[in-house]
Design a protein around this ligand. Structure first.
Ligand code: GRF
Length: 203
């Protein structure tokens, strides 16, 4: 079974959604290790609750290559074949991405390519779009620009403030991320240019 690594920096609600799906047998992958660059990340509690090994690799005082090298060693020690970024607040270098080509996923709170980068929900709300959503994509060397695996649309209501929209968007992330992992882990995915095609529908 595909062994999943999950990188976090903070709250870890997407991590929790992935671990819950794995526990229900819906992920087609087993959680092998959770890595945080922040020792106090609240999300580490979810790893503990699900009995998944957790490792903190602090980045303070380390050059990026040194930190990424340490993270890669942990992933390799745990036999990770698929890596999920779940609120991981550091950009990965091209050298890191090339070590796991097409095997690093990220979830983003907008319908990419709209509103990449930080504060995506606020960007969408401020822009006044009527539909936004959640995107899971393959990580490449661009910021939030890699091939899109799955998206879920989220309506923007006239009564929404940023907080209401953020909550609705996060709930969509929690649904779409496990589905995307299951799809990738199943091996039923073909990459054609930057188009990700599933060989059979994924529900
Ligand atoms: C999510 O909105 C994710 O898309 C973004 O950061 C947030 C992390 O939330 N990259 P959580 O830590 O998974 O709760």
């Amino acid at each position: 079974m595909t062994r999943l690594g999950i990188l976090i920096s903070g709250r870890g609600s997407n991590l929790r959604a992935l671990l819950e799906a794995a526990a229900r047998g819906e992920l087609g992958a087993e959680a092998a290790v959770v890595v945080s660059n922040v020792a106090a990340a609240p999300g580490l509690a979810h790893a503990a609750a699900f009995g998944v090994p957790q490792v903190t690799v602090p980045h303070d005082g380390l050059a990026r290559e040194e930190h990424e090298g340490a993270v890669l060693r942990v992933l390799s020690e745990h036999g990770v074949g698929l890596l999920c970024l779940a609120g991981y607040m550091r950009l990965l270098s091209g050298a890191f991405v090339r070590r796991l080509p097409g095997r690093i996923l990220n979830v983003h709170p907008s319908l990419l390519p709209a509103f990449p980068g930080r504060d995506a929900v606020r960007q969408a709300w401020s822009h006044g779009v009527k539909v936004t959503g959640a995107t899971v994509h393959i990580v490449d060397e661009t910021l939030d620009g890699g091939p899109i695996i799955l998206q879920e649309a989220v309506p923007v209501l006239d009564t929404d403030g940023v907080d209401e929209l953020a909550a609705r968007t996060l709930a969509a992330e929690h649904r779409v991320y496990p589905r995307a992992v299951r799809l990738l882990a199943s091996g039923r995915v073909r990459l054609e240019g930057r188009r990700v095609r599933a060989e059979a529908p994924c529900r």
